[in-house]
Each structure stands twice: as C-alpha cells, then as structure tokens.
Design a binder for this molecule. Structure first.
Ligand code: PEP
Length: 249
C-alpha cells in the first residue's frame, strides 16, 4: 500500500487572507501524502501556496462543457492543477440532491480528466442502528462501479464517512470504522479489483487526539478531515499521526 493520505476539506470556509495564513503554516511532511480541497474561487491562489501538498476541489460537474451555467468541469479543475476532487460528500447528497447515479457520473467525469475522485460513502444514524451500514455503502459503491468500471474504481480513493460522525464531534470508534473499512476492502476485492491498491480514508470528526488510533487500524489508509483542517496546528498534527502510523506498520 502507498503512504497514508490525509485530505483537508475546507467546505464553505475561507478568504484570501485566512487561506494565506492557514497555508503558510501547513506543508508536506515526509511519510504521508497530503492534500487540501478548497472552494473553487480559491483554487488558483491555493495552487501557489501548497508547500508540497496536493490540490483538490470539493465537487465537480458531471458535464464537460456547454450550457450548464454555474458548473465547473473536471477539465477546468485539472487545468488549475487539481489532482483530487471529492465526489458524493454527504452534504452534497443531503443538501443538493446528488443521488447515487449523479455521484457515479461525477466520478466518471473526474477520471476522464485525469483527476482522482475521492468517493464519499457512508450511512446515516438510522441506517447504522438498523444494521444497514455495509448494505448502504455497498449500494453507493455499486453505483460508482457501474459508472466508472473496475479500472476506474481502482484509480479512485474511497472515503468512508458515516453521516452521524461528520461535524458532530462523535467520531466512529476504531472498531466501528475498521469493520466497515474491512467490508469495503472485501467488497472491492469481490469486484475483481486488487483492493490493496485502493486507498480507504476515514472521515468524521477526526481530531489530533483520535487520529493516531484510527490510522493504526489495518484497513484505514488515511483521513478526510473537515473542521480540523481549518486549523494548521490540528491539520499538521493529524498528518503527523498518519506519518507515524505508517512507520509503525
Ligand atoms: C467532512 O466534511 O468530510 C468531515 C469529515 O468533516 P469533520 O471532520 O468536520 O467531521
């Protein structure tokens, strides 16, 4: 498996001044791959301040070009230096009507432009309590597989983000996260894809104090970090935990 990958998702936050201060205190560390996914208007400026980290966006249009006012294509993201794009974040699914089919189309658009989609999957609290976590995640992944094929999924990153853990301060326990990650790994292998080639990130209230044990789990290959990625100190501490976890394996 490649190095662990830690990705910051700034969501709808930032300004040129605030981003400059945040990025000025962040930068690549040995032993871990790092990326920041920033709002569209800040991509170009962030590209100049990465200090060795990779650049990503938080969403992408399923369309390539034409009469789609307000959309941003994967090709445009690649043009601006993006390597990653988040697709299917639970906030996009819940608030902006992105269903499984749209998420599949967006992942396909990203791959077409040479980007690595970070495909977010995860169950709601009700689904978890009904024992349906893996069933939901399998359904979400199957829609992406249908759109991108085995080759496309192999080139993607999957982020397991239980909806009940995002922005709530209640991260999944190491066992809860590991169980679903192992299930995802198995599911990918069942599709005939070398599952150790697909990085599986955990996301949901990762903070400096819980990052290390999560990253030490055998099927957790890094993290997708929301709130804590807005603090340089916290983000860098989480990235250091990932680098350390990798060394101890
Ligand atoms: C996210 O938005 O992808 C996320 C994991 O958020 P947080 O870390 O704030 O829970």
């Amino acid at each position: 498996m490649a190095k662990k990958l830690v990705v910051g998702n700034w969501k709808l936050n930032g300004s040129l001044a605030a981003n400059g201060a945040l990025l000025g205190a962040c930068g690549a560390l040995a032993g871990v791959d790092m990326a920041v996914c920033v709002p569209f208007p800040y991509l170009a400026d962030t590209a100049l301040r990465l200090n060795g980290m990779a650049l990503g966006a938080q969403s992408v249009s399923e369309f390539q070009s034409g009469a789609y006012t307000g959309e941003v294509s994967a090709e445009m993201l690649a043009d601006l230096g993006c390597q990653f794009v988040i697709v299917g974040h639970s906030e996009r699914r819940a608030l902006f009507g992105e269903d499984d089919a749209i998420v599949g189309s967006k992942a396909a658009a990203a791959l077409r432009a040479g980007l690595t989609p970070i495909i977010c999957v995860g169950e709601s609290l009700g689904e978890r309590e009904a024992g349906q976590a893996m069933e939901v995640v399998g359904r979400q992944l199957a829609a992406v597989l249908k759109a991108v094929g085995a080759q496309g999924l192999k080139q993607s990153v999957v982020a397991y983000e239980p909806v009940w853990a995002i922005g709530t301060g209640r991260a999944a326990s190491t066992d809860e996260a590991q169980e679903v990650h192992a299930g995802i790994r198995r599911w990918i292998a069942e599709q005939g894809i070398p599952s150790d080639k697909v990085r599986l990130l955990y996301g949901g209230s990762v903070k400096p104090d819980n990052a290390q044990p999560l990253f030490a789990m055998p099927d957790i290959d890094g993290g997708l970090i929301g709130g804590a990625s807005l603090s340089a100190q916290d983000f860098m501490a989480i990235c250091r935990a990932a680098a350390d976890a990798d060394k101890s394996h």
